[in-house]
Ligand binder design. Structure first.
Ligand SMILES: O=C(O)CCC(=O)C(=O)O
Length: 280
């Protein structure tokens, strides 16, 4: 049985995805679930800040990654189990399956928080452009792989901006000039046809990472957004194992959750071994 949210019948969900490259699900998670998530994510974020050499500088950083790192949970194993269960939640995985007709892999997590004192507009980008040596590589990555962000809002926010339909096609000359242009000011300037994607607590926004998008980072405008990334294996990046080499972590998971992360481990195990990350 599918647990994907019911507001779209499967065909129109696919249609909306095909047209826009994103889908917004209001109230996908309950206020109780959001409150638990916020406790976990805020605590991890605080630890990340406090463990750094320069917490003041990091406080202006708008996101941290790898929330599932074991180090954050030595005194809170149950919180790790809760977070992993959420990442493998059927409401998310079944929605992805309905859109792509296949199961996707876990990739990584991020937590977006407003900067403490400095505000800026993020650069327009497609995620597959990072470390791509040339345009052909970006285009090939776009056609051969899948990368999906699932933003889960823990407070009201509207910091994400997206160009609908850009996940299906390459840049227009104007988009290209803005996204890759030598003029730094243009890279975070106005993009034709872009839309802001406002979210309320408990809402989830699924969006294609290969479409053109950016964030707005505003000191004083609260943001708490858990971002979970799913996809097919990217040949240009191996996600870190974070907590998944610890057998005790896996033993605590519900069977479906364990099966989901077991696929992630099997996919990347050889790469971790090659880079001498010990696999038990
Ligand atoms: O929501 C945001 O701030 C933008 C996210 C983004 O650009 C990304 O993770 O690639």
């Amino acid at each position: 049985m599918f647990h994907a949210p019911q507001m779209h019948p499967p065909e129109s969900l696919k249609g909306a995805w095909h047209r826009d490259g994103y889908v917004h699900f209001p109230h996908l998670f309950s206020s109780e679930e959001i409150s638990v998530l916020r406790t976990i994510c805020d605590r991890v974020h605080q630890e990340w800040l406090c463990n750094s050499h320069d917490p003041e500088e990091l406080a202006n950083c708008t996101n941290m990654a790898m929330l599932t790192d074991l180090g954050y949970f030595s005194n809170h194993p149950d919180q790790l189990t809760t977070l992993l269960n959420l990442i493998a939640d059927r409401r998310i995985l079944d929605t992805l399956r309905l859109i792509f007709d296949r199961d996707l892999l876990f990739h990584n997590t991020q937590y977006f928080v407003e900067p403490r004192s400095q505000s800026w507009e993020g650069d327009w980008h497609r995620d597959q452009q990072f470390d791509a040596p040339d345009v052909e590589t970006q285009i090939r990555r776009m056609s051969e792989t899948i990368g999906i962000h699932v933003h889960i809002a823990l407070v009201p926010e509207d910091h994400l901006e997206y160009v609908p339909g850009s996940h299906q096609r390459w840049d227009t000359p104007e988009e290209w000039e803005i996204r890759q242009g030598s003029d730094h000011n243009r890279r975070h300037g106005t993009m034709p046809n872009s839309v802001r994607l406002p979210l309320n607590p408990g809402d989830a926004c699924f969006f294609d990472a290969w479409g053109i998008h950016r964030g707005h980072y505003r000191a004083g405008a609260p943001r708490r957004d858990l971002d979970i990334i799913y996809g097919t294996r990217p040949e240009w990046f191996t996600p870190p194992p974070t907590c998944f080499l610890d057998p005790q972590v896996m033993e605590r998971l519900a069977p479906d959750t364990r099966t989901f992360f077991q696929r992630f481990i099997e996919e990347y195990q050889k790469d971790w071994e090659k880079s001498k990350i010990s696999v038990q």
